[in-house]
Design a protein around this ligand. Structure first.
Ligand SMILES: NC(=O)c1ccc[n+]([C@@H]2O[C@H](COP(=O)([O-])OP(=O)(O)OC[C@H]3O[C@@H](n4cnc5c(N)ncnc54)[C@H](OP(=O)(O)O)[C@@H]3O)[C@@H](O)[C@H]2O)c1
Length: 366
């Protein structure tokens, strides 16, 4: 039976530093108002993706997207199931879709803003928000295009037990690199070494970190995939081989506070190194085996035209069991605001999601 009301989480107040209890507020909206018009569908959201970049969207400055407006439904990618299709729509009831759904239990969306999904062999629906979504594409293009990783290279990865970093480590191994990982707990380091197969994982919170870092890096790295910026980036700049490449993916250490400046940057000159940024921001899809129609997606971000080829590789590696993932799932949309800070405290292992425990029977297939 349809509910009378549904929950949305609104962006309520710009945090000065850490996300807190007043950053978001819950809004109850009438379900009866959700009527899909021409070219629209009603979607029940099943999973939300929580991403480190969300903190950057809260600042009152334009980045690669507009800043969040106060009162806006919190922006996020998610998965959902089509409950009702409006006129002239190709999507059907029960279709699994992904899109920028936001923190809401239900919503009416333009069909053109959604992607029809079919879970490929070896994958799960959640992979469309992970290995087969923005996260996987970020790891893929960061390593292959920005980092120009070659077999035999030494690859250093920070934020290595997170969503992006854990895929970077494994793609690095697939491409024949020697992988050295940095993460914030002994448990994460154990997972990286014993299950993901990195050569060495270093705990940056351990007292002997700098000493172990220097010893392990030895002659230095060819590629550093930087997810964290700040002090770890500065330390890494002291261990670059000649013509090293630093993949500037993210700088999470500076998202909640004033970023720390670099001191060791003169090595960039002496080592003829390259530091390069890039942005992947994808609404993921995967070729549907029987439904040939696709929906237009506006490609505004780096590499968008190359997504299909990258997804084919990522899908193949998943099917071959070469990409292991941890799904860190927090239950209930009302917990999303408490769960998001886990990314900044290091409370997550692998990809962080919010699930909706009260699924209707229609949705249990997913
Ligand atoms: N350029 C792009 O297009 C793009 C796309 C996606 C993501 N990103 C970036 O990739 C990075 C990872 O994002 P994600 O969504 O995959 O999150 P994630 O890695 O799953 O989670 C963030 C991790 O960062 C680590 N961390 C937090 N604060 C830290 C600090 N001060 N110093 C060192 N490590 C810290 C934590 O692990 P520990 O326990 O190890 O501290 C935490 O688990 C972010 O910087 C994000 O902005 C960039």
């Amino acid at each position: 039976m349809a509910p009378t009301q549904y929950k949305q989480i609104l962006f309520n107040e710009r945090p000065a530093d850490q996300i807190n209890a007043t950053t978001f507020r819950t809004h109850l909206a009438p379900f009866a108002a959700l009527v899909p018009g021409d070219g629209e569908v009603l979607v029940q959201v099943t999973y939300l993706s929580l991403d480190a970049a969300m903190r950057a969207w809260m600042r009152p400055v334009k980045t690669y997207v507009e800043p969040l407006a106060i009162g806006e439904v919190m922006r996020s990618g998610g998965l959902g199931v089509v409950l009702k299709a409006g006129k002239g729509v190709k999507l059907r009831e029960g279709d699994l879709v992904s899109g920028a759904v936001g923190w809401t239990e239900y919503g009416v969306f333009k069909e053109s803003q959604l992607r029809l999904l079919q879970v490929p062999t070896g994958a799960e629906a959640l992979d469309f928000l992970g290995a087969l979504g923005t996260t996987g594409l970020t790891a893929y293009f960061g390593l292959i295009d920005v980092g120009k990783l070659k077999a035999g290279d030494t690859l250093l990865v920070s934020g290595a037990a997170g969503a992006t970093g854990s895929l970077v480590c494994q793609i690095g191994t697939i491409l024949g690199a020697r992988v050295i990982a940095i993460a914030g707990t002994a448990e994460k380091c154990k997972w990286l070494e014993e299950e993901l197969g990195v050569e060495t994982a270093l705990n940056y919170k351990a007292a002997d970190f700098k000493e172990r870092f220097k010893k392990t890096l030895g002659a230095g790295f060819d590629v550093y995939f930087d997810n964290v910026g700040g002090e770890i980036l500065d330390l890494a700049l002291t261990r670059m081989k000649l013509k090293a490449r630093v993949v500037m993916c993210g700088a999470i250490s500076g998202y909640n506070s004033k970023p720390v400046g670099l001191v060791n940057y003169q090595t960039i000159i002496s080592q003829r190194a390259e530091l390069k940024g890039f942005i992947v921001y994808a609404c993921s899809s995967f070729p549907h085996p029987t439904r040939t129609h696709t929906f237009p997606v506006r490609f505004r971000f780096d590499y968008a035209a190359q997504y299909p080829a990258a997804l084919a590789d990522l899908g193949k590696w998943l099917a071959e069991g070469k990409l292991k993932r941890k799904f860190h799932v927090v239950q209930g949309i009302e917990k999303a605001g408490e769960a998001l800070p886990l990314l900044y405290s290091g409370g997550n292992i692998g990809k962080l999601y919010v699930s909706f425990p009260s699924l209707s029977p229609l949705l249990t297939a997913y």
